[in-house]
Design a binder for this molecule. Structure first.
Ligand code: ADP
Length: 348
């Protein structure tokens, strides 16, 4: 299912004296592709929760429209809204499970509400427990499950009514890196198996890196930029995106990237140039070639490799010095080699 957002606006009034209106979502238009994982990343206060509440039909925008495929859904009400919401799956940071029910009974809940016959519920719950790898935990009370297991049960519950979209609102923010990785892998697997559209709201670029196909960066209630994850990692256009990329944590979620998937910085000073390499270029001795070809010197200040799906992207933060002419030649050479060079927040 494709989700289309047109010019969404949501303004809150601030009750504190002298404060004006809060433009939580300030004119968001977005096309979320079907059958893929779409990330919405933003810092705290950027408007993510407000936006996801609007897209998932929990809250109405002040103006603007939401389409699921060709159907306008932001104006639904009563029965039609309840029916539509039934086919929306949602998972949250704090799992929102019933602590008084067992794992199986939590998964059964949305089916009971939908009036599914008991025998069918039992079969479906079994199937869902197997899907999330917890067949042996059917009768466990929620309090006996780990965080990762709770999120698996929440995922199973979210999928019970065969939704066509799954919203993940900071779904891994409360989990450790290893558990995060296993939950993100599970979501990718399920997305593929069920042809789901997944919208993943997060403040962590590593979640975008490890799970998403596309991403939009939300800043101050507006989309700052959007693209494939690879485009955003290779050609960030705004300060807010660059900041996310420069602050990726240095242990990756994937086993093979435990060491150094964020930037390792060994000098706080310098580093006027940011070089970004893709694919096989990450293994090439580009800088030593540069120094032997041109009369320039370099001093590396930080470096790291990000493992995206199927592509590696390397980043080096470095000084480059030499005469103006030699520097210009060296930078042209880097460009010819397919390396993206950024200086003072601008791609050259
Ligand atoms: P995020 O999820 O990115 O942290 P939110 O959507 O929660 O951002 O918040 C965006 C802005 O809107 C913040 O300034 C927040 O204080 C404000 N806000 C969010 N919900 C409400 C509300 N129900 N009432 C008043 N202000 C709100």
């Amino acid at each position: 299912m494709r989700i289309t957002l047109e010019n969404l606006v949501r303004t809150y009034s601030d009750s504190s004296p002298g404060a004006g209106a809060i433009h939580a979502v300030n004119g968001v238009s977005l096309s979320i592709r079907p059958n893929s994982i779409f990330g919405i990343i933003g810092k705290s206060g950027a408007g993510k929760s407000t936006l996801v509440r609007i897209i998932s039909l929990l809250e109405k925008p002040d103006s603007g429209t939401v389409f699921y495929d060709d159907e306008r859904v932001d104006s639904l009400s009563g029965r039609a809204l309840i029916e539509r919401r039934r086919r929306i799956g949602m998972i949250f940071q704090n799992f929102n499970l019933f602590s008084s029910r067992t794992a199986a009974k939590n998964i059964a809940y949305p089916l009971e509400v939908s009036g599914v016959p008991a025998a069918e519920i039992n079969a479906r719950v079994k199937e869902l427990l197997a899907l999330v790898g917890l067949s042996d935990r059917a009768d466990s009370p929620i309090s006996k499950l780990s965080g990762g297991q709770k999120q698996r049960i929440a995922i199973a519950r979210a999928l019970a009514n065969n939704p066509d979209v799954l919203f993940c609102d900071e779904a891994t923010s409360a989990l450790d890196p290893q558990t995060t990785r296993s939950i993100l892998n599970l979501i990718r697997e399920i997305q593929h198996k069920m042809n789901l559209t997944v919208v993943m709201v997060t403040h962590q670029m590593e979640v975008v890196r490890d799970a998403c196909d596309f991403v939009a960066v939300l800043d101050n209630g507006l989309i700052a930029e959007q693209g494939t994850v690879e485009e955003i990692f290779m050609h960030p256009k705004t300060a807010v995106t660059r900041d996310f990329l420069l602050n990726l944590p240095s242990g990756g979620f994937s086993e093979e990237t435990q060491a150094g998937s964020g930037l390792v910085r060994w000098s706080e000073e310098g580093g006027e140039y940011i070089l970004r390499f893709i694919g096989k270029m990450t293994g090439e001795p580009v800088l030593s070639r540069l120094a032997s070809k041109f009369n320039v010197e370099f001093n590396i200040r930080a470096g790291g490799i990000q493992h995206l799906h199927g592509q590696d992207i390397g980043t080096l933060i470095t000084d480059l010095s030499g005469s103006k002419e030699e520097l210009a030649k060296a930078l042209d050479y880097l460009k010819e080699e397919g390396i993206v060079v950024e200086k003072n927040g601008e791609e050259r």
